[in-house]
Design a binder for this molecule. Structure first.
Ligand code: TXA
Ligand code: MG
Length: 364
């Protein structure tokens, strides 16, 4: 299949691509489009065969449900059995935006969309192109992140192109996604609101408006080893975002972090390819730590990916997935990644980083 890649950089192109994409979705096809979090692989959420295509193209396990994207609160209410006050407050405060609400579904939502669960995950994205696409398609759009299952989520049109060129009819390429990590998934189907996946809207923000919000144990990686354990967000049990190389988390105070990185670089083995995913301050300190401008230590790193300043958590969050993809492209075998405090967006950043590292606790 030929994949059209359209850059909506003029009003005319925007009009053309939105109409084309909306028409494809109405016909039961699957298209890739930008959201403020990551790119989505979208199809008509109420059409079982369109959703089946999404699972097939992505190589996604059938028990991992899709997020349904809507363009208004009224549209969301039509998909659920009840709309509790928590949903109302969240929608008013955080929609459109990176927050997904899980609520008991009505029958018009096909079982395939919800992965066989009796709940549905809904979000109203804030990216203008996503909102306009949903409105023009005239149906809610089911969309997982537009990456092949197991790869890092796509934060640029180029990443979608790498994964799905030839497999979908259309990619709307609007460049970089602002948030760069997926939406927060908040389960409102139980007694107490429960975060199933930390993301663009933080626990702190949710607590401030809802009072009491809990964090699913699966988020922290406290997953029992036995196969019988079922996390509430089925996606959390899969090893997502996994680069080919091994990830080692770099933590501690500044001196400890520098020492850890230096030790790894100094003991570099033949054939090993090392990447540094570090804050600018650490990279500067590492350069200073090498005596008399001797670059021999730092030059042992095969890839240096600055995450931005330590003081800008949001920027580091938006760069993580790109960094992980680049590590694969450059055949990196060891990734030394600096940790972030698990507060605010740092909780989502660390969740993705630890998942990518396969939750190897001994490496922490
Ligand atoms: O930011 C995002 O949420 C992006 C963009 C495209 O909107 N989408 C996204 O979708 O990240 P996906 O499919 O990659 O992740 C959806 C997550 C999975 O962990 C899935 O298990 C969970 O949401 N989920 C979906 N429906 C659910 C439900 N009914 N109950 C519990 N978890 C659900
Ligand atoms: Mg995903």
């Amino acid at each position: 299949m030929e994949t059209k890649r359209i850059y909506p950089d003029t009003e005319a192109k925007k009009e053309q691509v939105l109409n084309e994409a909306a028409e494809l979705i109405r016909r039961g096809e699957v298209v890739a489009f930008p959201t403020e979090t990551v790119y989505g692989l979208g199809g008509d959420a109420l059409n079982s065969s369109a959703c089946a295509k999404i699972f097939e193209i992505k190589g996604r396990p059938a028990d991992n449900p899709l997020i349904v994207h809507v363009a208004s609160v009224q549209e969301a209410k039509k998909l659920v059995k009840n709309w509790p006050w928590e949903a109302e407050v969240c929608a008013r405060q955080f929609w459109p935006g990176p927050l997904t609400l899980v609520l008991p579904k009505v029958d018009i939502v096909p079982d395939i969309t919800s992965g066989g669960l009796d709940t549905v995950a809904i979000r109203m994205p804030s990216h203008p192109l996503a909102l306009e696409l949903i409105a023009r398609a005239g149906c809610p759009i089911a969309a997982p992140s537009a990456n092949i299952s197991g790869k890092p989520s796509p934060t640029e049109g180029e990443h979608v192109w790498q994964d799905f060129c030839g497999k979908i009819p259309l990619l709307i390429d609007a460049g970089k996604c602002k948030v760069g990590l997926e939406s927060t998934v908040l389960d409102l189907s139980g007694k107490i609101p429960l975060i199933l996946r930390p993301g663009g809207i933080t626990w702190e923000q949710l607590n401030a408006v809802l009072g009491k919000v809990e964090l699913d144990p699966a988020v922290e990686g406290n997953l029992p080893v036995s196969g019988s354990f079922k996390p509430k967000a089925p996606g959390m049990k899969y090893r997502h975002y996994a680069p080919q190389g091994e990830i080692v988390l770099v933590s501690g105070d500044k001196e400890q972090r520098i020492a850890q990185i230096a030790a790894r670089l100094n003991s570099k083995k033949a054939g090993e390819r090392i990447a540094l995913l570090c804050f600018e301050e650490t990279i500067a300190a590492l350069k200073e730590a090498t005596p008399n401008g001797d670059q021999s230590l730092i030059s042992k790193a095969d890839l240096m990916f600055p995450l931005g300043s330590r003081n800008n958590q949001a920027q580091a969050a938006s760069r993580l997935f790109k960094a992980l993809r680049l590590c694969d492209q450059q055949k990196i075998s060891l990734i030394l990644a600096e940790v972030m405090e698990e507060k605010g967006i740092g909780r989502a950043f660390m969740n993705r980083l630890k998942k990518a590292a396969g939750y190897k606790k001994d490496k922490l």
